[in-house]
Design a protein around this ligand. Structure first.
Ligand code: C2E
Length: 177
């Protein structure tokens, strides 16, 4: 595990090729970046795994095709906020939202989707580990994950991370020849 400063525009740009391939021909990918550069402190491979898991679920929710939207934004909380019993501390957060226009998640599943081995997919199609893995990874980075969904309209996952305000690493000077 190697937490590092990840500029999200850059990290997500590096991932678009893989994500587009996973989405296939019927599902488009729409990236909406925060106006100012945003960065988080996390392990690159782990963040990639979370994005892959969320995007694959979004794809599977849209068998007829559609668009997956990934939006990044900065959120400043003036005071702590309670959401789904989680306490979001005041301060600057970086949010990654992943939205689809798919079948949605029924209210009967909502409380359980982050539990290990819980799946609504058919036998052999889902392990039920994607979202619990995503949850664990987000927790390891000091973040939060939330879901909101309307059956028949779509689903949105929001990842909240503490903003990383470190300066970008200096490029390493090439050794003199
Ligand atoms: P809970 O899921 O019953 O978790 C109770 C406490 O167990 C948590 O208190 C935390 O101290 C610990 N815990 C549970 N799961 C994990 C985990 O994966 N990693 C780590 N490091 N600790 C874990 P906490 O953090 O104050 O959360 C209180 C309640 O707020 C949680 O109850 C849960 O209902 C909700 N919550 C917390 N974080 C999130 C989140 O990222 N997303 C959502 N949707 N709910 C959250």
């Amino acid at each position: 595990l190697k937490p590092e400063r990840l500029d999200l525009a850059e990290t997500l740009a590096d991932l678009t090729h893989l994500l587009n391939r996973l989405l296939g021909e019927k599902v488009g990918l729409d990236l909406l970046h925060a106006r100012a550069p945003v960065a988080i402190r996390a392990d690159r491979r782990q963040l990639e795994q979370v994005m892959v898991n969320l995007v694959v679920n979004a794809r599977d929710a849209m068998p007829e095709g559609g668009v997956v939207q990934i939006e990044t934004r900065l959120e400043r909380l003036e005071r702590e906020v309670i959401r789904d019993r989680a306490i979001l501390p005041r301060g600057e957060h970086v949010v990654i939202a992943v939205r689809d226009t798919g079948c949605g998640i029924g209210p009967e599943h909502m409380g359980k989707i982050f539990e290990p081995f819980y799946t609504t997919k058919r036998i052999g199609e889902g392990t039920g580990l994607g979202l619990s893995t995503a949850y664990g990874i987000v927790k390891q980075s000091g973040g939060f994950i939330f879901v909101s969904s309307t059956p028949g309209e779509g689903t949105e996952f929001e990842l909240w991370f503490p903003q990383c305000s470190d300066l970008p690493a200096e490029p390493v000077a090439a050794p003199a020849a």
